[in-house]
Design a protein around this ligand. Sequence first.
Ligand code: NAG
Length: 285
Amino acid sequence: MAVSLSILLILTGITGIHSITKISKVSVKAGASVTIPCLYDSKNKNNVKYLCEGYYWVSCSYVTKTNQPQGSGKFSISDERNKNIFTVTIKHLTHENTDYWCAVELSDGGYVRQYFQLSVTSGRPSLYVDNQEVTGFRGGSVTINCSYSNPGKIKWCMLDGKCVTEPSGTIDGTPVSFNTGVRTVFAVTMKELKLQTSGWYLFVQGDIQLPVHLTVTEKATTTPSPVTENKAVPTIKPEQSRDSVDLKKVLIPLSLLVLTLSVASSIWLILRCRQANGKSTATQL
Ligand SMILES: *[C@@H]1O[C@H](CO)[C@@H](O)[C@H](O)[C@H]1NC(C)=O
């Protein structure tokens, strides 16, 4: 505890943000998979990132690194350098391995590390979303439904520590509202989505966090110039089908031609052979 607290203080000092919401405990279902975002300092952009498994840092073992190809398929890692976040995905969650460290190797041989624990349950996790990946469109809104099994205040936070609580508020200029009308479902709605609203968010209840990634994209139908839209949309599919049609058009006559030619030449050869044979037998006899 003292160790992770000091790490938190170090990290907080490095990033200069004083209320970082660290992933420390995530409630997950056995057998499922989970993706955890790990925030790092921008100066460590080019350094190697790791996921280390084990309760104690000194005895933990690296299970995936950004500079090494994937091993078992149970773990994967990806580095979103433009956001100073790397994400680790752990599949087939079990009750056995629940302690992990997000780590960044420093140039001086040291590490920046952050411990997190997976609270693996066989039944309903305390916080649960159908999909950690949510998509919205620019200018639109998105509703993310979090099922919970224990009573208690739930917050909607960014990784950098900004949070919104009931009844409503804004997060980085994005209006956020909540719907708690359905029992055991805490629904968050983010409106007026901007492309830069994309990123990692957290449902937080007590010491449990649940990370959710929001991707805001441009909606094709809201493109202001319909000319480019009409052009842009159909080009992909028809071009592909046109290619295959063209290929058929070329291939069928071509193979027919080859077939005809080979048949013709075989006939010609046979005829020539017979002629030659006839001649040779004639001279021999
Ligand atoms: C949450 O529930 C609402 C209403 O049932 C639905 O419209 C919305 O798509 C859900 N959100 C997600 C991310 O599944």
